[in-house]
Every structure is written in structure tokens, then in C-alpha cells.
Design a protein around this ligand. Structure first.
Ligand code: GNR
Ligand code: NI
Length: 172
């Protein structure tokens, strides 16, 4: 188990479309373990493999309040089977867009089909934060970030701030 570096916007890798997983084996399970460690270490509630530079359709999540009682969730090759017509607005953040938050509107409920940690097919009815988070994570698999839903002005302001705050920025 190890903690990986999370890529941040702007980075072309985050815009890649992730590839389906053919089978959940030891490599994939080890990757999911590392992703979960990385997510907990960064205080996030979800993480897609592309955020650590691996373009595979794998997501880990834990939306439980008390992290003493961990409730990890694993999604491989997730597909949205149904989306609610009703929308809800949530203030979103992203580990790849550090310290920036904005309201995003998405379908309120959704039904997701996926493969779990043990390689078994599952169906999940998601609502509230769970539905928001799974949709946010599934966007990562398509190279989409929550800032893509904002106005051009808001988005460019956020990207400007990210560039300014880069830890590796050289100040002369
Ligand atoms: O940690 C996270 N919090 C969050 C809050 C509201 C909506 C979505 C999220 S996901 C985010 C972690 C992350 O960037 N996952 O890709
Ligand atoms: Ni994110």
C-alpha cells in the first residue's frame, strides 16, 4: 500500500479518456488499495485512477462522516443506467483542483452498474452526496473536471489561481 502523487489542473493527462478494465486481478486490487490510501491521505471522499496518472476506469470512494469507521467503495467500469430528471446543486471541490469550490448542478439520483473489488457485478441506487460524488468521479473517466461546467470567466479565474499556487512555480 502506498500514497501516490495526485495530478492537478492544468495537466493534459487529466483530460485523457480512461480505458475499461478487462479483469479485476491482483494488479487492479493493489491499485485500488493505493488509490484509497492516497484519497484518505488527501482528505478526499473520492478518487479516479486518472488522478494518479493511470487511465483506467477505476474509482474509489468513501463518503462516511467518521473516518474512524471506514466505508470504502470500489467501482470498476461504472455505467450510469438511469439518471433522475430532477437536479440538485452541490458545492463541489476536487483534489485535482486544489482549494477551489463551486456549485454544480447534476441529476439528483442515479443508478450505477459496476464491477466491485471482488470482480462481481453490482447495481447501486445513489442519491444525495453519493450520487453527486459518483457522477463527479465518472466525469474524470471522460477527462471532465467540475470547472468545465462553470462560466468561462469563473473557470479561467480558477486556472489562474492554480497556476499561481503551483508548489513548483519558479519565482524570480
Ligand atoms: O473530496 C472530494 N470532495 C467532493 C465534494 C463535492 C463533490 C465532489 C467531491 S469529489 C472530491 C475528491 C475528488 O476530486 N474526486 O475526484
Ligand atoms: Ni475530482
Amino acid at each position: 500500500m502506498s500514497i501516490k502523487k495526485i495530478l492537478t489542473e492544468p495537466n493534459k493527462i487529466l483530460r485523457q479518456i480512461s480505458k475499461p478494465v478487462e479483469k479485476v486481478g491482483k494488479y487492479e486490487q493493489n491499485l485500488m488499495d493505493d488509490m484509497l490510501d492516497t484519497m484518505y491521505a488527501a482528505d478526499g471522499i473520492g478518487l479516479a485512477a486518472i488522478q494518479i496518472g493511470i487511465p483506467k476506469r477505476i474509482i474509489v470512494m468513501d463518503i462516511s462522516w467518521h473516518k474512524a469507521e471506514k466505508k470504502p467503495m470500489y467501482f470498476v467500469n461504472p455505467i450510469i443506467r438511469e439518471k433522475d430528471k430532477e437536479k440538485s446543486i452541490y458545492e463541489e471541490g476536487c483534489l485535482s483542483v486544489p482549494n477551489q469550490f463551486a456549485e454544480v448542478e447534476r441529476p439528483r439520483n442515479c443508478e450505477v452498474e459496476y464491477i466491485n473489488y471482488d470482480g462481481k457485478k453490482e447495481l447501486l441506487k445513489a442519491e444525495g452526496l453519493l450520487a453527486t460524488c459518483i457522477q463527479h468521479e465518472m466525469d474524470h473517466l471522460e477527462g471532465i473536471l467540475f470547472i468545465d461546467y462553470l462560466s468561462k470567466l469563473k473557470k479561467s479565474m480558477i486556472i489562474k489561481k492554480l497556476l499561481k499556487n503551483r508548489p513548483d512555480r519558479i519565482v524570480v
